[in-house]
Design a protein around this ligand. Structure first.
Ligand SMILES: Nc1nc2c(c(=O)[nH]1)N[C@H]1C(S)=C(S)[C@@H](COP(=O)(O)OP(=O)(O)OC[C@H]3O[C@@H](n4cnc5c(=O)[nH]c(N)nc54)[C@H](O)[C@@H]3O)O[C@H]1N2
Ligand SMILES: Nc1nc2c(c(=O)[nH]1)N[C@H]1C(S)=C(S)[C@@H](COP(=O)(O)OP(=O)(O)OC[C@H]3O[C@@H](n4cnc5c(=O)[nH]c(N)nc54)[C@H](O)[C@@H]3O)O[C@H]1N2
Ligand SMILES: [Mo]
Length: 766
């Protein structure tokens, strides 16, 4: 890849010509320049396909330029002309492949043929689809208990694939659905229902055009949802106040040059985005939000003393909420000195942000992984909800809570039944429709699935997309457990680490991507997806498949189901794969919210799945929206040592989760390398470290196990004290499996206590 390992601070705005150039480079690297541009023109358009990148919403799928740099890269990555064929597998043992880095693995290109691991030659060898399905069936049917199998989903799977998958696993007999969202927005799915009765956001895209104030907590839109920059830029230009709360001064949160704006591009001008960036300490959000709420309370009391208009929305609080007294008591018991110490932000600065929030008639609170991936992720989410409720900023135009989802259909997958804790209503609906009795007991999430693997209880792992072995925490322990499985099955488009961390028997089943024509007995098929704003729309691929041996995800799931369940199945798998409109009819039958599904996806832009909270109907135990108290400021009593730093593991600008588009991170000024640690000058001085020194990062473990990554390069950076940052997934070995939010089980990958030790190791070859 030939990019020199340098550190060169980036002084431009985010976006701009750099973004166009990077997208062009990605297309050229994948040898798809001309065809790629034609394909991109069909992205997020009526009759086209849905961007396989992030879960951000599209403006009714009607703008002529609805893609971004990183969406472009995601498409180029899928469309690549490179092929990872049986001949490639023939010439490399799995041990040899294991020496390649994650970038090199995926650069081998699209998988073309189903492959089965052969232990004698330590190679993957071609296998027929029928043999592959029979092998899955034989392993699953040999298990004494269906709960010894795990059915993992990554959030790119369509509604149709996900629905069939959960139906298959439930008819087989388990609710074991570890899901990428367990490592992602689970704190939202668990936290928000307690607060507002629904585990999803409450805003629509059009609300961004009406908001006076937008707060962004722990989310990096310029990299991870660049189409959101259009909304932020427009909001900024019409005078809305945007404020960000993030340990990094992420460039796109500062200023953005819109590649869609001819004027900005021609004049090299840009739009400032955040009027203030608050460099909150890693893990300091509860303190910060409590500080903001303290300001609101104080201002409200003052206003009432003066008999002027209240600051809190008392009509809303009295009519719609419960728990305000306990919240007020908690805030009064929270001292400013603790707030300042834990958040790293002064009271005066917090007051400025609070003023902006109070002044705004309509405010949107946006958040991402900086909020959810903590031991106190659920509490973080609920404090954001409290802040919204205090001013009635839920269920009103231009206002609301906006968790920005990750994968393009992670939200849809959950809506159509990928859940390890199914409701009674879902189980009853399945039983009524199909006449089999689905398992009632809760199944495994990612953490409990890994724990079961470590205990040796799990025998079979099936992954519908994703790169489980790389995305999970605590590799030393967890990857070893995966190697002990009887069978691992991966439905995938590209070769990745999970295929090499395999069980005794192992299959790689190559599938079609979103950009490709999905031809079934009734003709070409469309699938459907749901975005972060709960809009459901169709996605249709137009490119020829990467290989004639590929199958669609629904067809692969149906194949496994038939081979496993045989004649005892109550589902007509064949008929469902012949025509996906039939799958949508089934979804509608099980989930009444999808009423009129097949007709409604023909509307341009699709349709909105109504959210009760948006209508101010609260599906909580109290029938109200709940203010929820978080005791204290989420300090960790286990970690008091002075030299401990809180490590947050983040994405570079050039990766899609475990997929690396390159080893560079343009906006943070890092080129050709990923084994770096961002550290403030003060923390460096405290440790006698200089720029470019190499350090081992060692977790302060509670179980006596050594967790370390070696020889990371120190990069001085404007970063809050007490914390440091490095890239995911290279630092996943540092995240202990036990370190997760007790409520949502989200691994605490944005808050790992670590120590730095001067390295004696030489840097790993990248
Ligand atoms: N191009 C691209 N797009 C993507 C992805 C990708 O990898 N690449 N991934 C997709 C997925 S699955 C997801 S979930 C989303 C992820 O998108 P984001 O939510 O943006 O994820 P991250 O980059 O991991 O971290 C978000 C931000 O949190 C900040 N942060 C870290 N710790 C803290 C903290 O303690 N408090 C606060 N307030 N902030 C903190 C980081 O500095 C970073 O700016 O994007 C999706 N879209
Ligand atoms: N330390 C740390 N760990 C984290 C995170 C973090 O911020 N820090 N983030 C977490 C988050 S938010 C998430 S969502 C998870 C991500 O976990 P996953 O969703 O499991 O991982 P991805 O890297 O998105 O998966 C990439 C693989 O998906 C396959 N793929 C791509 N497109 C398709 C398709 O259309 N169909 C199929 N079947 N396969 C396809 C390709 O083979 C590719 O190699 O990681 C989590 N882990
Ligand atoms: Mo995610």
């Amino acid at each position: 890849m030939g990019v020199a390992k340098t550190i060169r601070p980036y002084h431009q705005p985010a976006g701009g010509w750099g973004a166009l150039k990077a997208m062009g480079t990605a297309l050229v690297e994948q040898h798809v320049a001309v065809h790629g541009m034609a394909t991109l023109a069909r992205m997020n358009q009526p009759g086209g396909f849905d961007c396989p990148g992030c879960g951000w919403a599209d403006p009714k799928h009607t703008s002529p330029f609805e893609y971004c740099e990183n969406g472009g890269k995601a498409v180029a990555w899928e469309m690549t002309t490179r092929r990872c064929t049986p001949a490639f597998f023939e010439s490399h043992t799995v041990s040899e492949l294991s020496a390649l880095n994650d970038y090199e693995l995926e650069m081998e290109g699209r998988l073309t043929h189903p492959m089965r691991y052969d232990a004698i030659s330590d190679r993957y060898l071609p296998v027929s689809w029928d043999e592959a399905f029979a092998l899955v069936g034989a392993h699953l049917n040999a298990l004494p208990d269906p709960n010894m199998a795990e059915f993992y989903t990554s959030g790119r799977a369509s509604n149709e694939a996900a629905f069939l998958y959960q139906l298959f696993a439930r008819e087989y007999g388990t609710n074991n659905f570890p899901d990428c969202s367990n490592m992602c927005h689970e704190a939202t799915s668990v936290g928000l229902p307690q607060s507002i009765g629904v585990g999803k956001g409450t805003v629509l895209l059009e609300d961004f055009a009406r908001a006076d104030c937008i707060f962004i907590f722990g989310q990096n839109p310029g990299t991870n949802s660049p189409r959101m920059m259009t909304e932020l830029r427009n909001a900024s230009r019409r005078g809305a106040t945007i404020m960000s709360f993030n340990p990094f001064r992420e460039r796109a949160l500062e200023r953005f040059q819109a590649p869609q704006s001819p004027v900005e591009m021609a004049t090299l001008s840009s739009t400032p985005i955040s009027s203030r960036l608050y460099q909150v300490k890693v893990g300091g959000d509860v303190a910060l939000i409590k500080g903001l709420m303290k300001c609101l309370l104080a201002a409200d009391e003052e206003a009432r003393a003066r008999e002027s208009a209240p600051v809190l929305d008392w009509d809303f609080i009295k009519g719609h909420t419960a728990g305000i007294e306990a919240l007020v008591a908690d805030l009064n018991a929270t001292s400013w000195s603790d707030v300042e110490r834990k958040s790293g932000i002064s009271r005066t600065e917090i007051e400025i942000a609070a003023q902006a929030y109070m002044k705004a008639e309509r405010a949107i609170l946006v958040y991402g992984m900086g909020i959810t991936q903590h031991r106190h992720g659920t509490q973080n989410v609920q404090q954001i909800a409290n802040l919204a409720l205090l001013r009635g900023n839920v269920g009103r135009e231009g206002a609301g809570i906006c968790p920005v989802r990750g994968h393009s259909n992670v939200q849809g997958d959950r809506t159509v039944g990928i859940t390890e804790t199914p409701s009674r209503a879902l189980l009853d609906a399945i039983e009524a429709r199909y006449g089999f009795s689905p398992p009632k007991a809760d199944g495994h999430n990612v953490v409990t699935a890994l724990e079961a693997m470590v205990r040796g209880e799990t025998k079979v792992f099936i992954g519908l997309g994703g790169n489980f072995a790389a995305a999970i925490p605590d590799w030393q322990l967890t990857q070893q457990a995966m190697r002990g499985l009887d069978l691992t099955v991966h439905i995938a488009t590209k070769l990745n680490r999970s295929h090499l961390v395999h069980g005794r028997d192992a299959l790689i089943l190559p599938c079609l991507g979103r950009t490709e024509i999905d031809m079934q007995a009734s003709g070409p098929q469309s699938v459907t997806v749901e975005d972060s704003m709960s809009m459901v729309h169709a996605s249709t691929g137009h490119n020829l498949p990467a290989s004639e041996n590929l199958k669609s995800e629904p067809a692969i799931i149906a194949g496994m189901a038939r081979a496993t369940l045989g004649h005892r199945s109550k589902v007509n798998w064949e008929a469902l794969t012949e025509d996906y409109a039939r799958i949508r009819e089934e979804i509608e039958a099980v989930f009444p919210i999808f009423q009129g599904y097949n007709a409604r996806i023909r509307e341009p832009g699709g349709f909105h799945l109504t959210s009760l909270a948006r209508e101010r109907i609260w599906a909580t135990a109290t029938g109200k929206a709940n203010f929820l108290v978080c005791d204290g400021l989420c300090e960790d009593p286990q970690v008091s040592e002075k030299d401990v730093l809180w490590l947050t593991t983040v994405r570079s600008h050039d990766q899609y989760n475990t997929t690396l588009y390159s080893l560079s991170d343009r906006y943070r000024g890092v080129y050709g390398q990923r084994d770096v640690i961002f550290l403030s000058q003060a923390e460096m001085d405290r440790r006698g470290l200089k720029a470019d020194d190499r350090v081992d990062i060692v977790t302060v473990s509670q179980d006596g196990v050594e967790r370390a990554v070696r020889a990371f390069r120190v990069v001085p950076y404007a970063f809050p004290e007490g914390g440091c940052a490095a890239y995911y997934p290279e630092t996943n070995p540092l995240v202990p499996l036990y370190a997760h939010d007790p409520q949502s089980f989200t691994p605490a990958s944005k808050g790992v206590p670590v120590r730095l030790v001067k390295s004696t190791a030489t840097p790993a070859v990248q």
